[in-house]
Design a protein. Structure first.
Lengths: 115, 114
């Protein structure tokens, strides 16, 4: 069964600093991979997704992620963090057909941004 | 319209009450989902509807009863809930059940059971 691990529960960065959030997955083939962001009390917003092709994926709000098959990773990056980026970030994996009914979410990484 | 709309945003109910959560999307998505999220935890899948038919029930207690009246609407009927059912309930939709599309989430209903 597929699974997702986000090793960092909480990350604190200064505004303007670079950011990398880690995500590792376990799956027998190349899964569908997603990053979502959740502000307090809100729903989840899709930042970006990967399912094939170029392993460097661009998303909204200046985020990007790189799929590395050899490391089973899909880390999220941003070159310069803004205070408004403070939120909870979830990595998620979806199965390829025929087992395609649901996404599995990691436990999340809380990002705190200091001015 | 690129949103999933959930109502109400907040709900307080007693353990003997019956209430319903509503979810609506007009993106033509054919798969809809209910997730439950406790504080500081990831969302947990409850139900999946594909083409208005229930395709997954993640062993959810019968006090939660989903309903999909049409392709745009998804309801979650609540009855005889317990305080531990207090959580953020999220609705999501996707073009198809196939996992490559990702989900569009609503902003959730914050449920408190007293």
């Amino acid at each position: 069964a597929q699974s997702v691990t986000q090793p960092d529960i909480h990350i604190t960065v200064s505004e303007g600093a670079s950011l990398e959030l880690r995500c590792n997955y376990s799956y027998g083939a190349t899964p569908y991979l997603f990053w979502y962001v959740q502000s307090p009390g809100q729903g989840l917003q899709l930042l970006l997704k990967y399912f094939s092709g170029d392993t460097l994926v661009q998303g909204i709000k200046g985020f990007e992620a790189e799929f590395k098959r050899s490391q089973s990773s899909f880390n999220l990056r941003k070159p310069s963090v803004h205070w408004s980026d403070a939120a909870e970030y979830f990595c998620a994996v979806g199965s390829r057909p025929p087992n395609t009914d649901k996404l599995i979410f990691g436990t999340g990484t809380r990002l705190q941004v200091f001015p | 319209d690129t949103e999933v709309t959930q109502t109400p945003k907040h709900l307080v109910m007693g353990m003997t009450n019956k209430k319903s959560l509503k979810c609506e999307q007009h993106m033509g998505h054919r798969a809809m989902y209910w997730y439950k999220q406790k504080a500081k935890k990831p969302p947990e899948l409850m139900f999946v509807y594909s083409y208005e038919k229930l395709s997954i029930n993640e062993s959810v207690p019968s006090r939660f009863s989903p309903e999909c009246p049409n392709s745009s609407l998804l309801n979650l009927h609540l009855h005889a809930l317990q305080p531990e059912d207090s959580a953020l309930y999220l609705c999501a939709s996707s073009q198809e059940v196939v996992g490559s599309y990702g989900y569009t989430f609503g902003s959730g209903t914050r449920l408190t059971v007293v």
